[in-house]
Design a protein around this ligand. Structure first.
Ligand code: ZN
Length: 245
């Protein structure tokens, strides 16, 4: 078989052989086998700083960036170390593994890039050969990085909305409600949550804060605009109540 050599950017990994294998799904994959370098940090106990002993190995396989549509699997051994001083064992860290996934950092970044271009989960799954759930999980992490402070709390809208629109719609064949709040001037979605109007409006106001709600306008303006920007008196009464408190 003929080979080409390519730089891999897999830090510490040295390729010894590559072969074409058939996956359980019956498709071809490139199996890139090699060794992972054991560094001084790998051998040093993080608790006491003692030198650790080798205490067994474990096989590792990570999905890497595909060549065309054929998936690439990087395979190597990881070393488990044991500290004779504090009896701790530690598995060798893989510098090029994406945290929390059995894929390389390069593939992880590619998935995030494809998603940021607006490709659907299904298409990204097709291109990369990764399972839909993996792609979905990476998308969730991407969105959390973009729109939350600590993975949980949402970032406040940068721009203050002058006119807010609200609508509720049915999900799951009409068994559940969701509510959306948008900036009527820019069309940006500011809030999208399960539940009906009332609870969502409270949650939204809690998120952006009263200062954001009032902004450069006095509360009457805001109330008036809220009232006129949406049909239904329910919201009007909510905002009135809030500003009367
Ligand atoms: Zn130790």
């Amino acid at each position: 078989m003929q080979y080409i050599m390519l730089p891999s950017s897999l830090v510490g990994f040295t390729n010894d052989y590559t072969k074409i294998v058939t996956t359980t799904a019956g498709t071809a994959a490139l199996l890139v086998h090699g060794n992972l370098e054991v560094t001084e940090a790998d051998r040093t106990c993080s608790y006491c700083g003692s030198k650790m002993h080798v205490h067994g190995t474990a096989d590792a396989s990570l999905r890497h960036v595909s060549v065309g549509f054929d998936p690439m699997i990087v395979q190597f051994e990881k070393v488990r170390h044991y500290c004779p001083n504090c009896a701790q064992t530690r598995m060798q860290e893989v510098p090029f593994q994406a945290r929390g996934h059995r894929i390389t950092g390069q593939l992880y970044n590619l998935v995030r890039d494809l998603l940021s271009w607006g490709l659907t989960l299904k298409v990204v799954s097709k291109i990369t050969g990764l399972g839909k759930n993996t792609v979905k999980q990476i998308d969730l992490e991407r969105l959390r990085d973009l729109y939350t402070i600590d993975g949980e709390r949402l970032i406040k809208p940068e721009r203050q909305a002058r006119v807010l629109g609200i609508d509720e719609f049915l999900l799951h064949k009409g068994h559940k409600y969701a509510t959306v709040i948008i900036d009527m001037e820019t069309g940006h979605i500011l809030w999208l949550a399960h539940g009906r109007k009332k609870a969502c409006v409270y949650a939204f106001i809690e998120q952006v804060g009263m200062e954001w709600m009032a902004g450069e306008y006095n509360s009457w303006d805001v109330r008036y605009k809220w009232a006129t920007s949406m049909p239904g008196s329910e919201l009007l009464s909510i905002s009135r109540k809030l500003w009367n408190e």
